[in-house]
Design a protein around this ligand. Structure first.
Ligand SMILES: Cc1ncc(COP(=O)(O)O)c(C=O)c1O
Length: 421
């Protein structure tokens, strides 16, 4: 190729590349985030803070009750709302005393604070964890023999819990985990179910109280129709009910608990009849980004991480060979740089709109770099807001939740602690 055509070709490629540059995005805080910033300032907050919008939380709860009430009982998934006052607020507003717990220290805290609660474990616990619950249980109004339902998945675990129950002289309610298609454990065949039921029936201390069959896969499988997966899951559920009823006869509990559902799937049971009598959900009340799903389109985000901006630069500089200038020349959304107080949470930047992480500079839990376009006019000490991708672990990282309601931080809600109750 001639030198001239090479130069022309190169220039054309550069020109085309230039045309393909990302478009400029970005905007300053909307009135909602301006008001939230002012509320945080008024409350004298100046560190990374987890904010829950109480009006939105309660609106989400009304949405949920609109789907569930009158059709199923509602069980509140405590791991996704990991704070006693937050759970108390949801229990009061929903009228439900049913909780689903997944962690032994939190279980002790719930038993102490909510003596009226009906607690179902959401996963099978090592028998030593169960023992630790009873060891740390300080008594009070909560009666574990009636109000606590351990979730067990295998005959081996039933045998272990029987030994513990005998040793402690403690009656225990046992719920059996079913595999209705998720394949994350639980009963997978009739023999296993019958073996578990026989061990429970023979035990002097264990009582069978029902089933839990979690089915989030029905909305996650990439091929096929979610309704078909739901119907398949419910057919498996019904099958195990039939097997257990047939096997237990008059020992089938009159007030049997038949739990299913979770935030992504609970709206799939609005119509039709199903073998279950209870739906569990928690995350949809605060709606982290993992729950931006078509099945939760009528729920609103109600939780944010708020963190102060520490430093602002009108450039992008990356140490070493300064690729920062090239990056910002190519992408107008990297024209400015902000360093925030903390970072690298399981969360996505939300406001100001258009903020992005910088993979080249890297992530930091101490001072995180964010880039944005010249349409973003943040100053040091302004607030940046992120949306958690999930609530269960993220909520625990900031100390007490700042409760925001119509323009003000109105309360602080301590989160669950790893320390014994
Ligand atoms: C057994 C079980 N039920 C229900 C849920 C639903 O919780 P959420 O509504 O917070 O997604 C979960 C979540 O992990 C679960 O493991």
């Amino acid at each position: 190729m001639k030198r001239r055509s090479l130069i022309i070709g190169g220039a054309a490629a550069l020109g085309l590349g230039w045309l393909l540059r990302p478009g400029e995005r970005g905007a300053d805080h909307s009135p909602y985030f301006r008001d939230l910033s002012a509320a945080l300032d008024t409350a004298q907050l100046a560190k990374p803070t987890l904010v829950v919008d109480r009006s939105r939380l309660l609106a989400n709860l009304q949405t949920l009750l609109g789907h569930v009430a009158g059709r199923f009982d509602y069980r509140i998934v405590a791991k996704s709302l990991p704070s006693l006052p937050l759970l108390g607020t949801v229990m009061e507003a929903s009228g439900s005393n049913r909780l689903m717990l997944f962690h032994q220290p939190f279980l002790n805290q719930v038993a102490r604070r909510f003596p009226q609660a009906d607690v179902l474990l959401g996963k099978p616990m090592p028998v030593v964890a169960a023992h630790n619950f009873y060891r740390q249980f300080g008594g009070g109004g909560f009666a574990p023999d009636k109000q606590l339902r351990w979730l067990l998945d295998t005959p081996q675990r039933v045998a272990q819990y029987d030994v513990l129950a005998t040793e402690l002289g403690q009656d225990m309610q046992i719920c059996i985990e079913l595999d209705v298609g998720l394949h994350r454990g639980g009963v997978r065949n009739d023999e296993q179910l019958v073996a578990m039921l026989d061990l429970i029936t023979q035990s002097k201390r264990l009582n069978f109280c029902g089933f839990m069959g979690y089915e989030p896969h029905i909305v996650k499988v990439p091929v096929g129709d979610a309704r078909d997966y739901r119907d398949k899951a419910m057919a498996v559920y019904q099958h195990y009910i039939d097997v257990a009823r047939g096997h237990l006869g008059s020992l089938w509990p009159r007030d049997v608990l038949l739990n299913a559902g979770g935030s992504p799937t609970y709206e799939m049971y609005d119509e039709g009849s199903y073998p279950i009598n209870e739906l569990a959900a928690g995350s949809c009340l605060v709606k982290p980004t993992d729950f931006d799903l078509p099945t939760l389109a009528d729920h609103e985000a109600a939780c944010y991480i708020a963190t102060p901006v520490l430093k602002c630069l009108d450039t992008l500089e990356i140490p070493g060979i300064d690729l920062g200038a090239v990056q910002s020349l190519w992408d107008p959304n990297r024209a400015r740089t902000f360093f925030t107080y903390g970072g690298y949470w399981k969360a996505r930047p939300e406001s100001p709109e258009g903020l992005i992480n910088n993979g080249l500079f890297g992530r930091s839990t101490n001072q995180e770099m964010l880039n944005g376009s010249r349409r973003i006019h943040l100053k040091p000490d302004d607030w940046v807001f992120l949306r958690p991708t999930q609530s269960e672990f993220v909520f625990l990282q900031f100390g007490a939740i700042a409760v925001y309601d119509k323009g003000a931080i109105v309360e602080r809600w301590p989160v669950f602690s790893e320390q014994p109750a």
